[in-house]
Write a protein that binds this ligand. Sequence first.
Ligand code: GAL
Length: 421
Amino acid sequence: MRFTRQTAVALLAVAALFSATACSSSDDPATAEKDVEVFTWWADGGEKAGLDGLVAQFGTACPDFAFVNGAVAGGAGSNAKSVLASRLQTNDPPSTFQAHAGAELSDYINAGQVEDISAEYTEWGLTSAFPKGLIDNITVDGKIYSVPANIHRANVLWSNKTVLAKAGITADATTLDAFIADLDKLKAKGVATPLALGKDWTQVMLLESVLISDLGADKFTGLWNGSTDWKGADVTAAIEKFKKLLTYSNADRDTYDWTDAEKLIMDGKAAYQLMGDWEAADLDAKGFKDYGYSVFPGNTGTFQWLADAFVLPKGAKNVAGTKCWLKTVGSAEGQKAFNVKKGSIPARTDVSSDGFPAYQQAAMTSWKGDKQVPSCAHGSACSQGLQGAIVSAAGKFSTDGDVAALQNALAAAAAQFAAKK
Ligand code: GAL
């Protein structure tokens, strides 16, 4: 073979490829035990800002380790969860991943995909740092497998203040009927989208808020523990109202993530959006100041909660690094650095409200005084199987508007997944 310039270039390319492979983080002893891959769906805006806050604290508390961002974009984990499922299935877990406290976390526990960290709870003094109700929620057979980072509120109505003022709306509606009257006013004023809405899981959030309004907190919680009948007339009435609300929303809702719907508010094309309080952080991160917020009409006194938690996956490559991440997540400093930017409030009870934006200060008060109900769209109320079935029933309803079909599908899904417990 003649040694030409092309041969030399080709050989160099092959050598570069080999050395790149040899130096990949998992093989190189210098980096293998340093990297901590944190898998979330917090890729942009306020979500990323919250993660950045936590990462900064991790840098201070865990100087021996390096954060590696494994975020997969898409609201509520709509893309991340399937990527994670296949990684767990092929024994390629990240160092840690985000999961919702409650039923969703139980899925990973029951599948044997996460480690018991009860001993670390004692070592790090976490057992008394979180409220008892939350600890109960994340305890399975006496063991704890996750560290909650926050408490988010799902049932919040966000608005564009100028759009409301122009339509003469000066007070927050506290009943669904009053809300519908306001939506009519906006429509009459020519507002293109009185109620901005996104795809599947965001529609499930709206349906859950309507169910809370119509059924009340206790009966709503009963939908998830089997004590409320999904086939009841009160559920039918709530679905009818949900159907009515869809008529005020953008027709292209099924193609929108929550941030696309939020943009309609920011652009003044929409008046309201029902969304979790990550929206506060996102609007702040995007510099939009003209927003208002109130509890969803008819939900007053009820705090629909969810919590993001982190775990130690079975087979995680860097256990010491992951534990340092988890310890940071559970620390008062970590919870402050994260929640100030994320729109949520600390799960710990000993973090002072000083330095938090006004929205979170109000949420802290509501969290203490309100009745707490869980969220299925965000895993505190239902397993991933039930959540998936409800999301797909809602998606179908968005197209066909068939009230009886939706109610039957919800009842069938609840029965199917209750039978599996
Ligand atoms: C939730 C998650 C929040 C926020 C939201 C929108 O499921 O708990 O932290 O990220 O999705 O993506």
